[in-house]
Design a protein around this ligand. Structure first.
Ligand SMILES: CC(C)(COP(=O)(O)OP(=O)(O)OC[C@H]1O[C@@H](n2cnc3c(N)ncnc32)[C@H](O)[C@@H]1OP(=O)(O)O)[C@@H](O)C(=O)NCCC(=O)NCCS
Length: 218
């Protein structure tokens, strides 16, 4: 999706940025992990295929993805974006006849960042974005039956089980966004939307340059 190609979402502990080619090498390294392949039901890809996938996430009208960055690291301009990467979060429009229905997927790839509330924070941010910018009214999550952590997280986010498929060993959870859910999300989520390119370039401005710009303005 092109809609978020210049969007940065700043949360409390994370920053979400569009998935760009510069993120692909680290992403590719993550997806070599058999554990992550299994938990996310993904097939291993070559680096070339991963670049194709990144382009398709950017171009296809039915997919919206952000890379999750550690905000604390990102605040230090000497740390490059690739180093700040923690995982990714996606919205996938699964029904061409119903653009208000979306599948929500999240991966905290860096193990040391799991279990600290980041999964919940990012999921809520993405749901807010999906509701406000994409008009999503119903979210689904398809999770492996053995992935108790993920099932537990989506239940905490008020998703309810709607079906189980024993053949694929998968459970489907759903959340309909009515007025009370929408209000709760708005209350819970602290998020600022920024211009991605502008924020990136100001992040890399040298302190002296910033001072100069400031004095020019004042
Ligand atoms: C599933 C995942 C997204 C959860 O993110 P996270 O940042 O680790 O989770 P959070 O710290 O926000 O915790 C959210 C909830 O998950 C559950 N949870 C977290 N860690 C858990 C653990 N070790 N055991 C059981 N439940 C756990 C709890 O219900 C928790 O809510 P609580 O803190 O109110 O008790 C993350 O662990 C992950 O990406 N794992 C690998 C990839 C994956 O499984 N993706 C999902 C594919 S469907």
């Amino acid at each position: 999706m092109k809609i978020n190609e210049n969007t940065l979402l700043e949360g409390q502990r994370v920053v979400l940025v569009p998935y760009n080619a510069e993120h692909v090498p680290r992403y590719h390294e993550w997806m070599k992990s058999p554990e992550l392949q299994q938990l996310t039901a993904s097939e291993p890809l070559t680096l070339e295929q991963e670049y194709d996938m990144q382009r398709s996430w950017r171009e296809d009208h039915d997919k919206c993805t952000f890379i999750i960055l550690d905000k604390q690291q990102w605040t230090d301009p000497s740390v490059d974006e690739e180093t700040c990467m923690v995982g990714d979060v996606n919205i996938f429009l699964t029904d061409s006849t119903d653009p208000s229905l979306a599948e929500l997927e999240i991966m905290i790839a860096e193990e040391s960042y799991r279990g600290k509330g980041i999964g919940k924070e990012v999921s809520r941010m993405m749901m807010c974005y999906g509701v406000n910018k994409l008009g999503i009214r119903r979210f689904q999550a398809k999770i492996g039956l053995d992935n108790h952590t993920s099932i537990s997280m989506f239940k905490k986010l008020l998703f309810q089980e709607v079906s189980q498929c024993q053949v694929f060993r998968e459970v489907t959870l759903e959340l309909t966004v009515d007025e009370s859910v929408r209000k709760k999300l708005q209350e819970e989520v602290e998020m600022k939307e920024r211009d991605y390119r502008q924020t990136c370039s100001s992040r890399h401005e040298l302190p002296a340059q910033k001072e100069q710009n400031y004095s020019q303005v004042s």
